[in-house]
Design a protein around this ligand. Structure first.
Ligand code: SAM
Length: 596
């Protein structure tokens, strides 16, 4: 029974940071399994317009005054549609409150099906999806309308499923869907192997999804790995190993693995992937395994990227580093992303709550008779969720001090990446909209000694992979006016030291435009490989990198250690600080991978 009360609480509590799904998985006071709660809400949302109609016509809420509209909707969903009925003992008050009306409820459900001319429940489900799709508007097929992302997932092939476009439409379309004969996948024009699927396509039950052959991923999240590995193929494969320094839950790591696998059929390069948070590292490992990327990816669990010694032998072949560190998450859309359900009408004479909020708070163990819950933020409309699980710290207001701290850490992380002696490519990304975390970090990094000494510059637009070259949203010189910024007292930041070409090199995504994405930023840093060999191997070079680099002789003498070497003292303080921050964040979002 706790399942329904937990679901009601989740749907009615004020949204904190992270996506709806991640909030369920990280909630502490749930008694039912998070996966069950999530599934109940998602399934009930698919049927809400019918269930509401059935409940209203059956007069359930007038007869059962203790049932709130939301609780009734969830219970009636399981009563009519779930194979096992309501998940509560037969004698439970709430179950009885619904089952007392089973004849009427069943009759109204059947009438609703027959009115739509459907012979089976599957057909009925498809008809409802179609109704909802039509209500959502004509553009639903292309990209997700804001706030309905999880219904229009972006899919990307996993390491061993390079061509998702071949996936049979029958795997994706719901049974009885009248679009089976139509084109069901929208092939993305910017990212290879990326497709959007139409409303109601239940790919989560497809074998390809369960096997990790396809991965649900936000489009913007695909930019960094593609920016790094580009349009190469087997004739022009990536040379060297890769590091993903801030990798959990693993979207970009698995995308890197997928792109690498496409290029290198025989000898696979390695990806060393890590996250400072131990808890999130477990999710990372799980996602890597599910994607079949274990042969390519080594996960360093709980590893602080800043504590890595770039001179460690493990990294001697590293040519590319992908950095997607913690950020404000201000680009994540649908923060208040509780599913929006159409609800039945409350009983007419129900006593209003004194605070105007609906009922009393339920205590643990007392769910036998307490059946009202706070008024949900529910309305008619589509399911509204966001795939923001990889980011963890979105807040509702601009905290300049926090942004400054984050940007300091972000700049330090990118500069550390630039200090890897054999690196030629580094990408930096955030899902923040703030200049201070994006262009301003790039500006600082380019001005740093490590960038200047190492010959680093930005990967120009004309050098970017073909799909991203076409992307029109580019870096900005000053913060855009947003609701959040408007409330901030801070003077708008500007970047004056970046050239127009530098800004063209930066890629931006904005929420609220026709692209249908959240806010995102990515930039690529590159340097000429000849310059790399000069700083690591040229005799007499005075660079820091070279002064620390091992000579071939010292390498021959030193035992080949698999363990990280003692970190530089300067990094140690940073490392301790970051690890502390990470431990503070251990309770943040976890992501349950694609193993529903
Ligand atoms: C935005 S999330 C990364 C999302 C990931 N790239 C993906 O695509 O799924 C940021 C991650 O960086 C990790 N992180 C932050 N600072 C770190 C550090 N110094 N070393 C390693 N990981 C760090 C956080 O624990 C968090 O999991």
């Amino acid at each position: 029974m706790s399942l329904y009360f937990d679901a009601v609480n989740i749907l009615t509590e004020p949204a904190s940071g992270g996506s709806f799904k991640s909030r369920i998985y990280s909630a502490r006071d749930l008694r039912a399994k998070p996966a069950q709660i999530y599934a109940l809400i998602i399934e009930a949302a698919k049927w809400d317009i019918v269930l509401t109609d059935v409940i209203d016509r059956a007069g359930l809420l007038d007869a059962e005054r203790k049932l709130s509209p939301l609780l009734a909707l969830l219970l009636v969903h399981d009563h009519l549609i779930s194979k096992n009925g309501i998940a509560a003992p037969a004698a439970h008050t709430i179950r009885q409150a619904v089952e007392r009306h089973k004849v009427r409820l069943r009759a109204e459900f059947t009438k609703a099906r027959v009115r739509r001319g459907c012979a089976s429940v599957e057909q009925f489900k498809a008809a409802i999806l179609k109704e909802k799709r039509e209500a959502a508007g004509p553009n639903d097929f292309i990209y997700p309308p804001l706030g309905a992302r999880e219904q229009y997932p972006f899919l990307i092939g996993g390491p061993d499923a390079h061509n998702l476009h071949r996936l049979p439409a029958s795997e994706l379309a719901p049974e009885g869907d009248d679009r089976k004969s139509q084109r069901l996948l929208y092939v993305d024009p910017h990212i290879p192997d990326l497709v959007a699927v139409p409303y109601g396509a239940d790919f989560t039950s497809s074998a390809a999804y369960k096997n990790g052959e396809i991965i649900l991923q936000d489009k913007a999240s695909c930019f960094p790995a593609y920016l790094m590995l580009g349009d190469r193929g087997p004739n022009d494969p990536w040379q060297g190993d890769l590091v993903d320094g801030c990798a959990a839950p693993g979207n970009k790591t698995t995308h890197l693995a997928s792109l690498l696998a496409k290029q290198q059929k025989d000898k696979r390069r390695q990806i060393i992937s890590m996250d400072a948070s131990r808890m999130r590292s477990k999710t990372l490992q799980k996602m890597v395994t599910m994607a079949g990327a274990d042969p390519t990816v080594t996960v360093l669990q709980g590893q602080d990227f800043l504590a890595l010694d770039p001179m460690d032998e493990r990294f001697e072949k590293v040519t590319g580093l992908l950095l997607d560190p913690s950020c404000s998450g201000s680009g994540i859309i649908g923060r208040d992303d509780v599913p929006q359900l159409t609800l039945p009408k409350a009983a007419a004479s129900k006593a209003p709550n004194p605070k105007g909020q609906g009922g009393k708070k339920r205590k643990r163990g007392d769910d036998k008779d307490e059946v009202e819950e706070p008024k949900p933020k529910v309305a008619s409309g589509a399911l509204n969720t966001s795939p923001s699980d990889e980011n963890d710290i979105a807040t509702d207001s601009v905290d300049q001090e926090r942004l400054t701290k984050l940007s300091n850490l972000q700049a330090r992380i990118v500069e550390h990446a630039l200090s890897f002696p054999t690196a030629t490519h580094v990408t930096y990304s955030t899902c923040s909209i703030h200049l201070i975390e994006n262009e301003a970090v790039v500006e600082r990094v380019l001005a740093s000694d490590v960038a200047k000494e190492g010959g680093w510059r930005l990967l120009r637009r004309d050098e970017q992979p073909s799909g991203l070259r076409k992307w029109t949203h580019r870096g900005v010189r000053r913060d855009r006016e947003t609701g959040e910024n408007a409330e901030s007292d801070a003077t708008p930041a500007t970047v004056d030291d970046l050239s127009d070409e530098d800004l063209e090199a930066c890629l931006r995504c904005w929420s609220g435009d026709a692209e249908g994405l959240g806010g995102f930023f990515v930039a690529g840093f590159v340097r000429d490989p000849k310059f790399v060999s000069a700083i690591t191997k040229a005799p007499g070079s005075k660079t820091k990198a070279e002064s620390k680099a091992k000579t071939p002789e010292s390498k021959a003498k030193a035992p080949k250690s698999k363990k990280a070497k003692k970190e530089p003292v300067q990094n140690k303080k940073v490392a301790q600080k970051v690890v502390q921050e990470k431990e503070d964040e251990e309770d943040d979002d976890d992501w349950d991978g694609f193993s529903d």
